[in-house]
Design a protein around this ligand. Structure first.
Ligand SMILES: *Cc1c(COP(=O)(O)O)cnc(C)c1O
Length: 423
């Protein structure tokens, strides 16, 4: 009999993987809490929350129970012309937690589609209002908003988008704001505002770019400038949402709120795909009309899948429990203590933290980049120690499920410290 690995190699093309020379995919046959189990029973700590999606740990018994119950009741229906209890309950509950301006919920099925919907809402908003001047989209140079064409267009031009560049729509990119450039950025928005339809951004942390962090006060200033020019603001909280940055949503650390918000990843606790785009009344009202052409003609087969909605509802309930909120605060405190221990190490550069995310650059003689050779070395080193850390180039980060405990975090920190001496 062929091994799972051999069959995988025979049949499957993996994401973000150059299949030639790729390390064989690691078979995982079971998972529980923060642990993933391999065929031989050995376990790995999931220190990156399975690509940033898992927040309550794997195979969570309460999540398993609701999805089983929901399946026996109603597993899926078309969402145009129909509705169902889990979709309505989740919409009602999530709106209570979001910034108050958010008024309507639009379901889809992943982060990229949540972004596509947001862009369509913003672009069509101006068309519906009869404004033909506002056509430009503004985004951050290093942004990552997903892999579909619209999402790629508003993402920074990089290795990921290179092959498709001539097919991507034009976007005006700006650098991340800081003390020295904020006045210029604000001035630019104010002078070009009449031509700008929307500004899309990852609030506080740019994930795929390498966990780049910037201050809330500067984002507030950019959003304020956008509001003064009636530019639609879109917060892509696909990665930052659901407790990741220490608050329920990163936007809750702002004083001025976006018009449109995008969610996915942690939304179902990381157990099923789901995307969500929410908007304020102003956006919704520009579509609300007797004229058919003002309709948002967008939807997916699995829009508002009842199984995913039931998981999202239960996951939100678990997230709001005081015990979960306390666990998040403990991770934040442990990370902060660890930073103090290693920040002066010569191999540690630009160490930073936002909520439960800790990241630093592993100093090498070559540039900081996604293809940096240290990446594979670090990845395999930590796998041997029983930890999944998946560096973005030479940027090492920890982004754990909230159920990780103090001892498990300490184990990860110790292995990083050993690596800093050994590698
Ligand atoms: C992952 C991610 C996306 C894309 O989500 P997918 O579900 O992978 O399509 C979009 N925006 C941000 C900020 C992300 O981190």
């Amino acid at each position: 009999m062929q091994s799972l690995q051999a069959k995988d190699k025979a049949y499957i093309w993996h994401p973000y993987t150059q299949m030639k020379g790729a390390l064989p995919a690691l078979p995982i046959t079971k998972a529980e809490g923060i642990y993933l189990y391999q065929e031989d029973g050995s376990k790995l700590i999931d220190a990156i929350s399975s690509w940033w999606v898992n927040i309550h740990g794997h195979a969570h018994p309460e999540l398993a129970k609701v999805v089983y119950k929901q399946f026996k009741t109603l597993e899926h229906i078309i969402f145009a012309g129909f509705t169902h209890p889990p979709a309505v309950s989740f919409a009602e509950q999530i709106l209570k937690q979001l910034p108050h301006e958010q008024a309507k919920v639009f379901y889809s099925d992943n982060g990229s589609t949540a972004v596509e919907v947001a862009l369509k809402m913003a672009i069509q908003h101006w068309r519906n209002l009869g404004n033909t001047q506002k056509v430009k989209i503004l985004a951050f140079q290093d942004a990552y908003h997903g892999d579909t064409f619209g999402a790629m267009s508003v993402s920074g031009r990089s290795l990921f988008t290179e092959a498709f560049e001539s097919y991507l729509f034009e976007v005006e990119f700006i650098p991340l704001p800081n003390a020295s450039n904020i006045q210029n950025l604000v001035a630019k928005i104010e002078s070009e505002g009449s031509a700008i339809a929307a500004f899309i951004f990852e609030p506080l942390v740019l994930g795929a770019a390498g966990m780049l962090m910037y201050e809330a006060k500067y984002l507030d200033m950019l959003i304020a400038a956008c509001k003064s020019q009636s530019i639609c603001t879109i917060a892509d909280e696909v990665m930052t949402g659901f407790g990741r940055t220490g608050t329920l949503f990163a936007s809750l650390q702002l004083t001025i709120q976006p018009d449109i918000m995008c969610f996915s990843k942690g939304i179902t606790g990381g157990a099923m795909p789901m995307g969500l785009t929410t908007c304020n009344q102003m956006i919704f009202d520009s579509f609300y009309s007797d004229e058919k052409w003002k309709t948002l003609y967008h939807g997916h087969s699995f829009t508002a899948n009842p199984l995913a909605c039931s998981l999202a509802l239960k996951s939100l309930e678990i997230l709001l429990r005081p015990s979960t909120q306390m666990a998040i605060q403990e991770i934040i405190q442990e990370h902060t203590n660890f930073i103090m221990q290693i920040e002066t190490h010569p191999k540690v550069k630009n160490i930073r933290q936002c909520g439960t995310i800790l990241a630093f650059e592993w100093f090498t003689d070559t540039d900081t980049s996604y293809l940096n050779a240290i990446r594979d070395k670090l990845y395999t080193y930590f796998l041997k120690k029983g930890i999944i850390l998946r560096p973005l180039g030479n940027i090492l980060y920890i982004l754990p499920p909230y159920v990780i405990n103090r001892d498990e975090l300490q184990y990860i920190y110790q292995q990083i410290q050993t690596a800093l001496e050994e590698l």
